[in-house]
Design a protein around this ligand. Structure first.
Ligand code: FES
Length: 163
């Protein structure tokens, strides 16, 4: 009587194993580009881009004034994104803020009645100089790297310190 070797794979087990190995290889080959695509913005520093914000000669003292500016979304697309920029003039100094809350990235708005920037999502508050003074925001508003030629403001697609 022939003794069957239990260590040998049956034809069915062999076919199943082959299918699983092939599936794993395909998954890895498909997954590498997707993972790279998702993670690449984290590892790629965008080239510095300057954009003209506008004439800030008429910005009143201690009255945060909103401008809009368009920036490229990234190096992999021709699309642009419109960003709101708050310019605050205090005596002869200009502060240039992003309107993106440092809590969960909702857009903040200047509220004349409060004399503060208010985040509508969770009630975060920032004073005129961008300091977080109430609610959940953990940090001050980010400030854009900027330059002023005459009375024309330009900003770069990066902040004065990492957030
Ligand atoms: S997102 Fe602004 S307070 Fe939460």
């Amino acid at each position: 009587m022939a003794h069957r070797d239990t260590r040998r794979l049956s034809r069915r087990q062999f076919a199943l194993l082959g299918t699983q190995v092939a599936g794993a290889v395909v998954a890895v080959l498909l997954g590498i580009p997707i993972v790279g695509f998702v993670l690449s913005p984290l590892f790629r520093r965008q080239q510095p881009v300057w954009r003209e914000v506008g004439d800030i000669g008429g910005v009143p003292d201690r009255q945060p004034t909103k401008f809009e500016v368009s920036f490229p979304l990234g190096e992999w697309t021709a699309a642009n994104v419109n960003l709101a920029v708050y310019v605050v003039k205090i005596n002869t100094e200009y502060l240039v803020f992003s309107n993106v809350c440092t809590h969960m990235q909702c857009p903040v708005r200047w509220q004349d009645s409060l004399g503060q920037f208010l985040c509508p999502c969770h009630g975060g508050l920032y004073d005129m100089t961008g300091n977080n003074v109430g609610g959940p925001p953990p940090k001050p508003l980010p400030q854009y790297v900027h330059r002023i030629d005459g009375t024309t403001l330009f900003i770069q697609n990066r902040f004065t310190e990492s957030i």
